[in-house]
Design a protein around this ligand. Structure first.
Ligand code: C2E
Ligand code: MG
Ligand code: MG
Length: 367
């Protein structure tokens, strides 16, 4: 990110804006010219946020925040464009700052919880869950991550938030160990880039496992493709160290980012999660179906398993089964639910498993 400061643009606000836009257009044009790097043609896009000011009515921080906000608006509009700060953005900014302040003071107070969404195998048997963060926000009830994660990312709070989620998940995993018959289920936790690249992340996870008594082999970390691309070598190193402890890895929202096949092979992976974007168009959409089949073939070649996310209909489920997928997560089976509801489900599954394994004609039967 770069900041460009231009002085003495024009007398009137309209002319100043026109002049600023002119500069922005020239910049985007120059930046988008193709160039050669190591023998390859490359192109680069830029998103610009403009903010006009006159005099000292605002602090530098305020101006920077407004420019930042406009830049995010430009990205939202599809990138490679310019966006000008307008007063509506100010309302959005005020809301965001309010949310950020609340989020900051909520950390460490027990205001966060995880909801668990079941994952099932081809026979509908419960094989584990994904932990999804929820914020019990005063006056707003249970708030989903779509509301607060973007704010936390911008505010640099993701490491703290991720730590809360991970601690909640490990405590829960340790509890499963004390429920009869549910020991082999796996709990998946989402990890953000801000977390995995933090110095000491690996040590922190190891310490958390030791403190809670959660079994490492039952913990699965979900990473995204874009996260891995930030610094693939460091990510691989961290993953390998955690993998040695028995922790598993999954690539979340697979197919929506830019995976390079060569690095997939280098990662200590156990699983790919087919993104909801492909599942939701099954079985009619030929492109989605082709992508799903490609992911299945890729996973088979790499000898890793596939979980389909966002399965909502019996038709989607049948199509995925037909194509060799044998693990599922989605509203068709269950929504993310509070811990007690999920634990009841776990116990029911354990009872069903025991009933299945009970011999039909044991020595005590029929007496
Ligand atoms: P994700 O990891 O891809 O999680 C799946 C999301 O899809 C969840 O939304 C889940 O409720 C939703 N979902 C599951 N099945 C269905 C379905 O059949 N239909 C539809 N329409 N949606 C379904 P949620 O809980 O709102 O989480 C959104 C995202 O927030 C997650 O996407 C994940 O990227 C992020 N997130 C959640 N918890 C954490 C966390 O502890 N740490 C980090 N870094 N990110 C988290
Ligand atoms: Mg996930
Ligand atoms: Mg996902």
């Amino acid at each position: 990110e770069f900041v460009i400061l231009r002085e003495h643009l024009a007398e009137s606000e309209d002319d100043a804006l026109a002049a600023a836009r002119h500069v922005a257009d020239k910049l985007i044009e120059q930046l988008s010219a193709p160039y050669r790097l190591q023998g390859l043609d490359r192109v680069c896009t830029a998103s610009l946020g403009l903010v006009l000011f006159n005099g000292h009515g605002h602090t530098a921080d305020e101006l920077m925040q407004r420019a930042d906000l406009s830049m995010y608006e430009a990205k939202r509009q599809g990138k490679n464009t310019t966006s000008v700060f307008d007063p509506q953005m100010r309302t959005a900014l005020a809301t965001r700052l309010q949310l950020e302040a609340e989020l900051r003071s909520a950390l460490g107070t027990g205001a966060f919880a995880i909801h668990l969404q079941p994952q099932v195998d081809a026979g509908g048997r419960l094989i584990g869950a994904e932990a999804l963060l929820r914020w019990e926000r005063a006056g707003h009830g249970m708030t989903p991550p779509g509301v607060f994660i973007p704010v936390a990312e911008q505010a640099g709070l993701m490491p703290d938030l991720g730590r809360e989620a991970m601690a909640l998940a490990c405590h829960e995993l340790a509890r499963w160990g004390r429920l009869p018959g549910v020991q082999e289920r796996v709990l998946a936790v989402n990890i953000s880039a801000a977390q995995i690249y933090q110095p000491g992340f690996v040590e922190e996870v190891i310490a958390l496992l030791a403190r809670t008594g959660a079994p490492a082999e039952r913990l699965k970390l979900e990473l995204t493709e874009s996260l891995l691309l930030t610094d693939i070598e460091r990510a691989i190193e961290a993953m390998n160290r955690l993998r040695e402890m028995g922790i598993r890895f999954s690539i979340d929202d697979f197919g929506t980012g830019y995976s390079s096949l060569s690095y997939l092979q280098r990662l200590p992976l156990d699983e790919l999660k087919i993104d909801r974007a492909f599942v939701c168009n099954l079985p009619e959409n030929a492109n989605s179906l082709a992508i799903v089949r490609t992911i299945m073939a890729l996973a088979e070649a790499l000898d890793i398993r596939v979980v389909a996310e966002g399965v909502e209909t019996a038709e989607q489920h049948a199509c995925l089964l037909d194509n060799g997928c044998d693990a599922f997560q989605g509203f068709l089976f269950a929504r993310p639910e509070p811990i007690p509801a999920f634990e009841a489900r776990l116990s029911a599954q354990a009872r069903a498993d025991r009933a299945l394994h009970q011999p039909a004609f044991g020595p005590d039967r029929g007496r």
